[in-house]
Design a protein around this ligand. Structure first.
Ligand code: KG4
Ligand code: ZN
Length: 387
């Protein structure tokens, strides 16, 4: 079956078309089309994602990105056929708060034949609620307009489940993952240790008490006057320090390293950086040393807590997912230090937000019977993984 997937939970507008076959936990996928517009340049001047602006940008970019993904998938065929007034009215009503999106979508729908897709997967949380709504309403409008001859159901997808599944997706397949597994989810909004008991079934084992790891990277970067997003910037500086064997004289704290649970805290580490920076002249060398020490502190805590979670649960695999999983040092440390069980790291092209991951999760959810009536799908900014 062909799945059209839509992701708008934060600052990437993404649409993918994926051909999927098989069963939950044992499936093959072929990515037919994958289009993404990153809003990073637009948010840079605000030093982080500005929700109202992100929402507006999704509204502007969804139709061009949909067109690009369907074109790449060879599923777009020109055929002028005007919509009937009722269809137009429905689209305008659904998208009344999304600026030019209704107009662009009507124009697009009148130009092309209904593409041969079998389901629409859309992220419904967690993330920024205003931007999630844009994607959901867009999915509803598409499903409504295209279902006249053949119903195209909507599958709501949890963004974090997308990250998990993209980390076990290799050579166009998801198969043979030993379960139970521990998933370490590290992104701009999340830092969680989750026990994946079985496919599509999760239990939260530990989480951050304050900032997410990606957020800490971004905030520390801002303190060092580095651009958003801070993760890649810090990573580059830290690498330079390592090459020169340059190190801070006074180490930064490793918060909650010895606490008797699998929770994290990163706001103290961030504050420690803030105070230490005040006492220092911020030369390039100093920035590099701070970046290295910060990355080391984060890695130490992530590894220690993840190992505890593996021990506690007897997990047979470790899956690392989310934007911060792009970090070279963190990847290397896990590769070197978690040798006893199978380790899954996502392909670097899939660490950041994308719609392929939503299609993967969408397929498993579809197979699980989790389609939803369009009117019943709700954006949930703090959506949890289901147990
Ligand atoms: O998963 P993601 O793309 O978006 C969310 O769902 O939050 O993660 C974005 C986060 C940002 O905080 C960014 O700074 C961080 O991932 N990030 C990194 C690296 N690349 C991205 N953090 C550390 N090292 C990196 N190389
Ligand atoms: Zn994400």
């Amino acid at each position: 079956m062909k799945i059209l997937a839509i992701e708008t939970s934060c600052d990437e507008t993404a649409v993918a078309v994926v051909e999927a076959e098989g069963e939950i936990g044992n499936a093959s996928f072929s990515v037919l089309g994958n289009a993404l517009f990153s809003q990073i340049e637009i948010h840079k001047e605000y030093g982080g994602v500005f929700p109202a602006l992100a929402k507006r940008e999704h509204g502007k970019n969804l139709v061009p990105i949909l067109r690009a993904a369907l074109t790449e998938a060879n599923l777009l065929h020109a055929n002028y056929e005007p919509l009937i007034e009722e269809q137009k009215h429905n689209i305008e009503k659904l998208l009344e708060r999304e600026g030019e999106l209704a107009f662009q979508l009507i124009e697009f729908l009148e130009e092309v034949e209904v593409p041969k897709v079998d389901a629409i997967a859309v992220t419904h949380g967690p993330g920024l609620e205003p931007t999630l709504w844009v994607g959901i309403n867009f999915a509803r409008a598409l499903s409504g307009a295209w279902s006249a001859s053949r119903r195209i159901p909507i599958v709501p997808v949890n963004h974090m489940e997308g990250h998990i599944l993209s980390s076990v997706f290799f050579e166009e397949k998801i198969k043979d993952v030993p379960l139970p597994a521990i998933a370490l989810l590290i992104s701009g909004g999340h830092t969680e240790l989750v026990l994946m008991k079985d496919w599509l079934s999760y239990e939260l084992i530990g989480e951050t008490q304050d900032d997410a790891v990606g957020e800490a990277f971004d905030k520390v970067a801002r303190m060092m006057e580095l651009p958003y997003p801070g993760g890649p910037e810090i990573s580059k500086l830290a690498e330079s320090a390592r090459e020169k064997s340059a190190q801070l004289d006074t180490p930064l704290p490793r918060p909650m390293l010895h606490s008797d649970d699998c929770n994290f805290s990163f706001s103290g580490l961030k504050t420690a950086v803030l105070y230490a920076l005040k006492k220092t002249e911020l030369t390039q060398d100093e920035k590099e040393k701070f970046a290295r020490e910060f990355e080391d502190a984060v890695s130490d805590v992530l590894i220690k807590k993840t190992k505890s979670a593996i021990e506690e649960t007897g997990a047979k695999a470790l899956i690392i997912g989310g934007g911060v999983a792009a970090n070279k040092e963190i990847r290397k440390r896990f590769e070197n230090e978690v040798a006893e069980i199978k380790l899954y790291l996502p392909d670097v092209s899939l660490t950041g937000d994308n719609a392929v991951m939503i299609a993967l999760a969408g397929f498993f959810r579809y197979k699980n019977g989790d389609t939803a009536l369009p009117g019943a799908i709700v954006a949930d900014g703090t959506l949890k993984l289901p147990s």
